[in-house]
Design a protein around this ligand. Structure first.
Ligand code: 13P
Ligand code: SF4
Length: 357
């Protein structure tokens, strides 16, 4: 039961002390967040792994690609644990290495790899943090970079300086919303369907492309609609609508603001008392913000509860189980990225860190 789990987790944390650091993503349920030493968005948590080089174990309460990233950035001697190995990300799974390699081969066959007169190569691959370590490594090997939802614009600026086109995966929405905000016309953002020759595009469409979008999406953020925004404005005139950039373009266009989970957290925290905010992101974060700010009205745009089902797989029972293991000297659910993959992936992650102001 809950009290028993709490006692086990608290006792293990006490015993392990500074040797342990627990990271939690904003989408984790409250019963898990309460044990986290750091809570943040995917970018902040990647950095948090770096800020505790003294901890021998990082327990990552988030999803698989986040734990992989922590392992890539962590020191050799540090280990990373994902309490439930079934906590993946359906969006990350939408871009597999073989399909991206096959796409890349076709792009290289068409455009070659030689830079133009301005020194810009034909295509720069950009992967969203929500992707496997193998794809981050692919970007590292091929002149590419990683982005998160908090820095996608800066990263795309970096890529446009160095390339004539960008291949952006896996999230079509983050790619489209960010490039559109930078002034790229929709006609210059073809989609790549891996089941079709040239991704289902004509050669001319690819010639003219600025951003080639992979067909991935987040099943949580895809649910938000402009009708929900209309309804919120009808019911609460003056409401501030803030959505995550993984939402479809019409939703982002209709919202007042768009930003990462940490942007949303800050916007709510900094809003004046009495403010009314409608949020388009995962429900655990929205409910927590609402509870933390009782002087404001904070609600989710989607009236039907929409948790990220894979984030939700980190149940406190799994956390207790991996911590018990550590106390007994047994490492459970370790996530390890092969060094030859990690080395290339680190190149792409370090390019991201270096591109930021
Ligand atoms: P951020 O934490 O970067 O905003 O991303 C949200 C998300 O969907 C993580 O999977
Ligand atoms: Fe993946 Fe969407 Fe869940 Fe984030 S919210 S982990 S993108 S499925």
């Amino acid at each position: 039961d809950e009290a028993e789990l709490h006692a086990r987790i608290a006792a293990a944390k006490e015993t392990l002390g500074e040797r342990l650091v627990i990271l939690g993503h904003f989408y984790q349920r409250d019963e898990v967040v309460r044990y986290a030493d750091f809570v943040g968005d995917s970018f902040q948590l990647a950095n948090a792994a770096l800020t505790r080089p003294d901890a021998e174990t990082i327990v990552f309460c988030g999803v698989h690609f986040m734990a992989e990233t922590a392992d890539i950035l962590a020191r050799e001697e540090q280990r990373v644990i994902l309490p439930n190995l079934a906590a993946g990300c359906s969006m990350a799974d939408m871009a597999d290495e073989a399909s991206v390699e096959a796409c890349w081969e076709q792009l290289v066959a068409r455009f070659g790899t030689e830079p133009d007169a301005d020194g810009r190569v034909p295509v720069i691959p950009v992967t969203y943090m929500n992707s496997s370590a193998a794809l981050k490594a692919f970007c590292g090997r091929n002149g590419g970079i990683v982005c998160t939802s908090s820095n996608a614009r800066t990263v795309l600026e970096w890529a446009f300086e160095r390339g004539q086109r960008v291949l952006f995966f896996p999230d079509q929405h983050l790619g489209r919303n960010t490039a559109k905000a930078m002034g790229v016309p929709l006609e210059e953002m073809p989609m790549w369907n891996p089941r079709k020759e040239l991704g289902g595009n004509s050669p001319e469409q690819l010639d003219d492309a600025r951003v080639i979008l992979w067909h991935g999406f987040c099943s949580v953020h895809k649910r938000f609609t402009t009708a929900q925004i209309d309804a919120a404005r009808e019911e609460h005139p003056g409401v501030r609508v803030i959505v995550h950039p993984e939402c479809p373009m019409p939703v982002v266009d209709a919202a007042d603001e768009t930003g990462s989970t940490d942007y949303i957290r800050r916007a709510v925290a900094e809003a004046a008392p009495g403010s009314v905010l409608a949020i388009g992101t995962e429900i655990n974060l929205v409910n927590r913000l609402a509870a933390e700010h009782p002087d404001k009205t904070v609600f989710c745009l989607d009236p039907v509860i929409c948790p990220c089902s894979t984030m939700y797989r980190i149940h406190p029972g799994y956390l207790a189980w991996v911590l018990d293991g550590l106390v007994e000297g047994e490492v459970r659910n370790e996530i390890t990225v092969d060094e030859h993959v990690a080395r290339d992936a680190r190149v792409a992650l370090e390019r991201m860190l270096a591109a930021l102001p």
